[in-house]
Write a protein that binds this ligand. Structure first.
Ligand SMILES: [Zn+2]
Length: 267
């Protein structure tokens, strides 16, 4: 599963075909129509986006009620991925499940490989590997860098951070928390730590994520304080001979959905 790169490979081919390094400054409507489909932004019930294939025309719809431009763009890019990769898919709706990166392998498998491929496509289309790596080079790894990247590529901080993990740019642990409990986590292969048993449990007492839950998903820290110093032992097992050491944790809360994305890395 982890080695399936059909989505990003197709996005790379698209960028090469149109002769652009990236599509950051291209209006999504123009991009979609250039590919022969029609983009419609309208209020949708219970869906972030959908694709409808007719005999000769394909419609890509995105929910105009989504308040975040970055999320609308990611949804459209995901649908373009279906359009170019999955021609058997006739009508398909997106929701928080299909657009969620933080599912474990099992759920990804049940949900179908097509969603994984469409997300992989969207990531590469909006944050092309070469441009993305170049933007990070020589920069200090911090929440300011995440904000910079997300503005630079017009993507959410969540997809930006996930991209860092996916491209194995810097060792991180990303934890997805919903309704006070850890739902999923993903870790860079280079982060040599064993994550504590946290699935379906509240985040650790001394974690920053816990502070955000106690604050009812309001922003607790801002500016330079966005990254908080924690211990290795907060999220990871220490082995018998290991001394505790400094790690950092940064949380992105969304009050509306009662979610927290927690990003953890070593000093
Ligand atoms: Zn989809």
């Amino acid at each position: 599963m982890a080695t399936n790169r059909r989505g990003s490979a197709r996005a790379k081919k698209l960028l090469a075909d149109i002769g652009f390094d990236e599509v950051t400054d291209i209006d999504m409507e123009i991009l979609v129509s250039g590919l022969g489909a029609t983009l419609i932004e309208e209020p949708l019930l219970n869906a972030d986006g959908k694709i409808i294939r007719g005999n000769s025309k394909t419609l890509i719809k995105v929910n105009s009620v989504i308040p975040y431009e970055a999320k609308r763009r990611f949804t459209i890019a995901h649908e373009i991925g279906h359009y170019l990769l999955h021609d058997k898919l006739e009508v398909h709706n997106e929701n928080s499940n299909t657009l969620n990166w933080f599912n474990d392998i099992e759920t990804t498998f049940q949900r179908g490989i097509q969603e994984f491929e469409a997300n992989d496509f969207a990531s590469e289309l909006l944050m092309p590997e070469v441009a993305f790596r170049k933007e990070i080079e020589g920069n200090y790894f911090s929440p300011d860098l995440f904000s910079h990247l997300s503005e630079r590529f017009g993507t959410s901080i969540t997809s930006t951070v996930y991209r860092i993990l996916d491209l194995n740019i810097h060792p991180v642990l990303i934890v997805f928390i919903h309704d006070g409990k850890v739902r999923y986590w993903k870790k860079s292969p280079d982060l040599w730590c064993r994550v504590k048993d946290i699935n379906k449990l509240p985040p650790p007492d001394d974690s920053v994520a816990r502070e955000y839950i106690d604050a009812h998903y309001e922003f607790v820290y801002s500016g330079d304080e966005k990254q908080q110093s924690i211990y290795r032992s907060t999220w990871f097992e220490l082995n018998e001979y290991q001394e505790d050491s400094e790690f950092f944790e940064y949380c992105i809360p969304t009050k509306q959905y009662k979610t927290i994305i927690s990003v953890i890395w070593e000093n």
